[in-house]
Design a protein around this ligand. Structure first.
Ligand SMILES: CC(C)(COP(=O)(O)OP(=O)(O)OC[C@H]1O[C@@H](n2cnc3c(N)ncnc32)[C@H](O)[C@@H]1OP(=O)(O)O)[C@@H](O)C(=O)NCCC(=O)NCCS
Length: 226
């Protein structure tokens, strides 16, 4: 971890009014795997192709990826969150990730997200992204977030633009999605943009997720078994 990195407990929970974000645990494996299998058709058109010869929903592969997410979190390199519904038993319904965290003069990360097909259109990802942006700017003290979206992903582009992300460019054949190199629209959001967008969107009486404290558990969860 570089000197500028911020130490964040793996027990951190970001709590909104309807969703909670936390780091994935080994014990999530079966639930996450079932969610990914159930959503394969929903996610395939928008998700980077897995490396040839790998099975991203195999038990071993998923165990390794959860372990990697937790290692990267501790190293301050990436913060992958599972999105839980704020209801009893807290089912996992998606993921929000801050990856490629770069310090030095850049102080930047890449944002990505997805949600269960059964929960789209309820405003849940908007709330989850709000929590992640606040975490990135206030807790990690980053200065810039970037996102890349396929031009026809209207829902995702809407989420970004309504959060203050600016369209900064168009990259041809940017990512291999479902086996094909796809063009992407590139978005960026600086701390200054985010502050203006947050102030502009907040009503005086609004006590939504943006006003809740970012709660952190003081107890580190037990080490992973893989
Ligand atoms: C993109 C995705 C994360 C959106 O999640 P969600 O929980 O349905 O999003 P929300 O309900 O919070 O917000 C969606 C917003 O987009 C708007 N929207 C939805 N479809 C739209 C369309 N075709 N055109 C314009 N806006 C659209 C909704 O009205 C809503 O805006 P509002 O809050 O102002 O009403 C979800 O559809 C998903 O997981 N897709 C597959 C994976 C993916 O595309 N990930 C992103 C890769 S960049």
């Amino acid at each position: 971890m570089s000197e500028e990195s911020v130490s964040v407990s793996l027990g951190t929970r970001l709590e909104g009014s309807r969703v909670i974000l936390r780091a994935p645990k080994t014990t999530d494996l079966a639930e996450l795997r079932a969610l990914l299998i159930r959503n394969a058709d929903h996610l395939r058109p928008w998700s980077p192709s897995p490396p040839p010869g790998t099975n991203p929903v195999g038990f071993a592969e998923m165990g390794r990826s959860i372990a990697r997410h937790r290692r990267d979190w501790k190293a301050g390199m990436a913060y992958v969150f599972v999105t839980l519904l704020r209801v009893p038993r807290e089912p996992i319904v998606g993921r929000v990730a801050l990856t490629s965290v770069t310090r030095g003069p850049f102080q930047s990360a890449q944002v990505g997200y997805w949600i269960d097909a059964g929960h789209v259109g309820r405003g849940l990802m908007s709330e989850a992204v709000n929590l992640a942006l606040r975490f990135a700017f206030e807790r990690l003290r980053l200065h810039r977030l970037q996102a890349a979206v396929m031009p026809n992903n209207d829902a995702s582009r809407h989420i970004l633009s309504t959060r203050g992300f600016r369209q900064e460019g168009y990259a041809e054949r940017y990512l291999r999605i479902a086996g094909k190199w796809e063009d992407h629209v590139l978005y960026g959001l600086t701390l200054e943009d985010w502050r203006s967008a947050s102030v502009a969107s907040r009503e005086p009486s609004d006590r939504g997720e943006s006003d809740r404290p970012l709660t952190e558990s003081s107890v580190e969860p037990p080490p992973m078994s893989v």
